[in-house]
Design a binder for this molecule. Structure first.
Ligand code: NAD
Length: 475
């Protein structure tokens, strides 16, 4: 019997998270015949494009954080505005419904964009074989088929790391995905890990009224962040009622009597605390376990990350890896998106590399933290000559009018050339404000350029201007 011919494409993208879907769309825009394979199903078992970022990460988290902020504001901030509201209550089911419908809408927009660009969108598990072939197995089926392409882009993302000392039971001990789908506000909640995910989840549930305790093994807080900003964040979060226990390593978690007993060690010995829910947010790992057959010989490091060069090329000809799968830059959605565009354009013969040095980072808490470029501690460690300008948000008329005066802007420039090398913000809308700094740094602006740029008044952006002016006085 003649062997069935494998369906053939210019590009197959494995994974429809931000890295994968943006890459697939760009490939199609550049005239390449493209297929994108993804296996994510929503809570109803329906296909849902967008990966973790959309279904169980950033977007779901931001949607809930917005709801939690409104609730908290109604409960605590209205009186100062001379507004009275009575019987403010939380309807978690409705809140989750709103979040789910935002996710559904955005996921449908990706599906529509795929259809518009004539991308073959296949719901299946994909496995890389050799010779740029991909085996696809539709969900709940055992029969598989083979596709082939001139180029393959691996974008299968990442998933939470399990902790053997706190095994997930999906009811009392849960991971970060489940923590975005709770049916009620826990009375007392502990979170293992005060990284970005732990802090974002804490920000949601604390604002909704849960007594929230973060258990973090490291002695330092937000070590990747400028430490002046991290110190400010620590103070603000603590004042909001978050209990942050640093230098605290969780060693065991046991269920019993509808509670969890969490055992941990700190400098004073071993202790225990009892909570209603325990969230494990101890990091994420790349989804490479079943991504490639042994015969494909895809090179991974000891932690499962795909080995790539600076152009996202794996060791296999014509096979690329992007997003959370590699150690090129942090696990953030916009890094994956940029790499997705970069690889699509490379395939089409255009070379626009990602500027990893200017990737903005954001922690979506309330207030937000955002930064771009280098931290003061890293620059001092390198012995770089620097000068620094800071500006507190309380000094801006807009923050005063909004009643959101916590936070600051910090600008770091080279002491001799005045070129900007780091901008760090904590405060309301820091995620939006940082865009100006990224653009300025992309154009190699100096702090004087920022100081001479006219900023509308009164705006929060005036704090950036204020920090640049503060730096100018040091000239
Ligand atoms: P993380 O590695 O940033 O933080 C996990 C923390 O858990 C670490 O600080 C670690 O010390 C601690 N930990 C581990 N085991 C512990 C134990 N037994 N006891 C106490 N503490 C323990 O990981 P994350 O917060 O899960 O995030 C994963 C990745 O996803 C990161 O790269 C993050 O940047 C990224 N992410 C980014 C965003 C964003 O950009 N807004 C949002 C979500 C996730």
């Amino acid at each position: 019997m003649a062997k069935k011919q494998a369906q053939s494409f210019d590009v197959i993208v494995i994974g429809a998270g931000p890295a994968g879907y943006s890459s697939a769309i760009r490939c199609a825009q550049l005239g390449l015949k493209t297929a994108c394979i993804d296996s994510w199903c929503d809570h109803k078992g329906k296909r849902s494009l967008g990966g973790t970022y959309l279904n169980a990460g950033c977007i779901a988290s931001i949607a809930l954080l917005e709801s939690a902020k409104i609730y908290h504001s109604l409960k605590h901030n209205l009186k100062q505005h001379g507004i009275q509201a009575e019987s403010v209550a939380v309807d978690i089911a409705q809140m989750m419904q709103r979040k789910n419908s935002i996710v559904e809408t955005l996921s449908q927009q990706i599906a529509d964009s795929f259809a518009q660009h004539k991308i073959d969108c296949i719901q299946a598990e994909a496995k890389l074989l050799n010779e740029r072939q991909v085996e696809i197995t539709p969900l709940n089926k055992t029969a598989s088929s083979i596709l082939e392409a001139k180029h393959i882009i691996l974008a299968s993302g990442s998933s939470p790391i399990d902790l053997s000392c706190a095994p997930i039971d999906s009811e009392f001990i849960i991971d970060s995905t489940m923590a975005l789908n709770l049916g009620a506000v826990p009375k007392r909640l502990a979170i293992i890990g005060a990284g970005v995910i732990g802090l974002e989840l804490a920000s949601i549930w604390n604002r909704l009224g849960a007594e929230t305790i973060l258990l973090e093994a490291q002695e330092s807080f937000l070590s990747m962040t400028d430490q002046q900003i991290a110190l400010e964040a620590y103070r603000i979060y603590s004042e909001q009622g978050l209990e942050l226990r640093l230098g605290t390593r969780v060693i065991a978690a046991k269920k019993g009597n509808k509670k969890v007993t969490v055992e941990f060690q700190d400098s004073e010995g071993t202790h225990a605390l009892r909570v209603d829910k325990l969230i494990v947010a101890s990091g994420r790992k790349p989804n490479t376990e079943n991504l490639a057959a042994a015969e494909a010989d895809l090179l991974l490091d000891e932690n499962g990350y795909v080995h790539v060069d600076e152009n996202c090329r794996t060791t296999l000809p014509g096979v690329y890896a992007i997003g959370d799968l590699t150690l090129l830059g942090p696990m953030i959605a916009h890094k994956g998106i940029e790499e997705g565009l970069f690889v699509a354009e490379q395939i089409a013969g255009i070379y626009n590399p990602v500027n990893y040095g200017l990737l903005p980072s954001v922690v979506f808490t309330d207030p937000e933290i955002a930064w771009v470029g280098q931290t003061e501690q890293a620059l001092r460690a390198m012995g770089e000559p620097i000068k620094i300008g800071t500006y507190p948000l309380i000094a801006t008329a807009r923050a005063q009018a909004a009643g959101q005066t916590e936070g600051m802007v910090k600008i770091i420039a080279h002491a001799e050339t005045d070129v900007l090398i780091g901008v760090h913000i904590i405060g309301p809308q820091a995620s939006e404000l940082i865009a100006e700094a990224v653009l300025a740094m992309e154009f190699s602006a100096s702090s004087e350029d920022l100081a001479r740029t006219i900023h509308a008044h009164p705006t929060l952006a005036k704090a950036l201007h204020g920090a640049a002016l503060a730096l100018k006085t040091q000239r």
